[in-house]
Ligand binder design. Structure first.
Ligand code: GLC
Ligand code: CA
Length: 555
């Protein structure tokens, strides 16, 4: 208990600077959220129009995927001007009025910060390409090469070499993603200075934080580094990165904004270095739990892997650090299709697991409606360059078109990028013209108008979970303990503080099963607070049917 004025002030400051701990986030993929000017592409004014919808859902902040000027080789993740808004999305005035209106509704705005690479059309790269002695040459990584002899055999995330040869200067430049996304040279202090200036410029506009893209790749091993087991090792969480991350942290701290780093390749064992009290970011998006295990041609994810990986992150960050919780984003397929059976019950079951874990939950647009994967039937329906590249590689490996399509589309990022399903009209209420990516036909059943007619809609259930979480200290700060760790499909855990205990019990499978809690467990005295089915008292032996979810509180 605070007892002096200074203590009280200190406590208020801590609460203010950690607002993100008791907040729920919402991710917006702007191309697919809402088209306000009838060109088939979502835009800033579309987001603006839908702020009341987000308010009704109950979220506290939105993270918007990149909206900067870009030739769209990777849908905005290839930036050609960091300080300009892409014309597809609107203008800087539109952006500022969105921020203003959101703030009036008490919704914070988190921007995407993409600084591992730029577009190959960014003025820095256009200069850099010109000559060996151009002042911008060292803004990127250039190495002597020939078209046949590249500096090494490292492979990029999107397929093919990390090197692209350039005839003008007879050198190759380095890129961990597509060739249109050359990596910035972070060892160059001038590059860092420019990036930091740009970051300050955005922070001065009054945004509330950043999601920092691909940040674990900014440091590279020496070009002659030999790969042993992990092909991504030369550019994933490489020693020395901590110096740059500390510089970034210093800027973020100055402005007291929220940060969530996308930290691919950072294992749970290093979690608290990245997010702890002395970590680089408030939280990170880890990529272990959503890693694909199992057959290539299968759309299904492993519940057991999901549960164990999330458990590892929960326990690694139990005392120091904070989790960013998600089941979906613009790079993954839809969770209700991967871990469920596309039903509203499965969507609610997954929501129960996600929203009551310890950390800050991020809901990806449409997840709150139970939006599903898209039934892609031809590669022509795909926009994502990495999926197309994967498909072509499979063909050259001898797969038939049918086999290649089946494998390539299963985990394609385009499943989550189809337009938001607002209503049952022709283009799902997203636009009045043909959208840039097809709308799922199931928008006639799965859409946002359901919330107005069905009291048991997925949206309504999300609302209840968000409200419950935000009003319950134990569900925000309470200790997490996994129950029934060996059960293949039941995800059950407790959240406890000194004064409160909560128990979450979810069957993440289609089959009916029996769960048995140990005899030593006190099952009396629990009151059921929320369920996606009928209320059922907690007991030592319980029969759970498909995607049944229960939330109990000790009374
Ligand atoms: C991140 C983004 C992804 C993008 C990549 C390159 O992984 O989430 O969408 O393609 O970085 O910027
Ligand atoms: Ca538009």
């Amino acid at each position: 208990m605070p007892n002096t004025a200074i203590d009280i002030q200190r406590q208020l400051l801590t609460e203010k600077s950690t607002w993100w701990k008791n907040s729920v986030g919402y991710q917006i993929y702007p191309r697919s959220f809402k088209d306000s000017n009838h060109d088939g592409i979502g835009d800033l004014n579309g987001i603006h129009q839908k702020l009341p919808y987000l308010k009704e859902l109950g979220i506290d902040f939105i993270w918007i995927n990149p909206i900067y000027a870009s030739p769209n080789a990777d849908n905005g993740y290839d930036i050609s001007d960091y300080q300009a808004i892409h014309k597809d999305f609107g203008t800087m005035e539109d952006f500022q009025s969105l921020v203003k209106e959101a703030h009036e509704l008490d919704i914070k705005i988190i921007m995407d910060l993409v600084v591992n690479h730029t577009s190959d059309q960014h003025p820095w790269f256009l200069e850099s390409k010109k000559s060996l002695d151009n002042p911008y040459r060292d803004y990127y990584h250039w190495v002597d090469a020939t078209p046949e002899q590249l500096p090494n055999d490292w492979q990029s995330f999107f397929g093919g070499s990390t090197w692209t040869y350039d005839e003008t200067t007879k050198q190759a430049y380095f890129h961990v993603f597509a060739k249109e996304q050359p990596d910035l040279n972070w060892t160059n202090p001038k590059v860092r200075h420019e990036i930091y200036q740009m970051i300050r410029w955005w922070l001065e506009l009054g945004i509330d934080g950043f999601r920092i893209d691909a940040i674990s790749h900014i440091q590279k091993e020496a070009w002659d580094f030999k790969i042993t087991d992990n092909q991504w090792a030369p550019f994933m969480n490489v020693a020395g990165i901590e110096n740059y991350l500390a510089e970034l942290r210093a800027i973020f701290n100055e402005y007291n904004v929220m940060t969530v780093g996308e930290a691919s390749g950072v294992p749970h064992s290093e979690a608290s270095e990245w997010t702890g009290d002395h970590g680089y970011f408030n939280m990170i998006f880890e990529l272990e739990h959503c890693q694909r295990v199992g057959e290539l041609g299968s759309q299904k994810g492993s519940i057991f892997h999901l549960k164990h990986s999330l458990n590892q992150w929960q326990t690694s960050l139990a005392d120091d650090g904070w989790n960013a919780l998600y089941l979906e984003n613009h790079d993954t397929p839809r969770s209700v299709s991967v871990y469920g059976d596309d039903s509203p019950e499965a969507a609610k079951a997954l929501a129960t697991v996600l929203l009551l874990l310890k950390g800050t939950p991020f809901i990806y647009q449409g997840q709150e409606l139970g939006m599903t994967n898209f039934p892609f039937s031809s590669i022509e329906e795909i926009d994502a360059a990495d999926t197309i590249h994967f498909y072509q590689t499979l063909l050259t490996e001898g797969k038939t078109t049918k086999e290649a399509l089946n494998i390539a589309i299963n985990w394609s990022r385009d499943h989550s990028r189809t337009p938001f399903q607002w209503d049952e009209s022709l283009f799902g209420g997203f636009s009045t013209v043909t959208p840039w990516l097809k709308v799922n036909q199931n928008h006639q059943l799965i859409n946002a108008t359901q919330k107005d007619v069905e009291t048991n809609s997925v949206f309504h259930y999300y609302q209840q979970l968000i409200r419950l979480r935000k009003s319950t200290e134990a569900l925000i700060y309470g200790v997490f303990t996994l129950l029934l760790p060996e059960h293949p499909t039941v995800f059950s855990y407790t959240r406890t503080t000194e004064t409160e205990s909560w128990l979450i019990l979810v069957q993440l499978d289609q089959n009916q099963i029996t769960v048995t809690f140990p005899d030593s467990w006190e099952t009396a005295g629990w009151e059921e607070v929320l369920t996606n089915t009928e209320y059922k008292p907690l007991a030592h032996k319980m029969i759970l049917s498909d995607y049944e979810a229960h939330v109990y509180r000790k009374v």
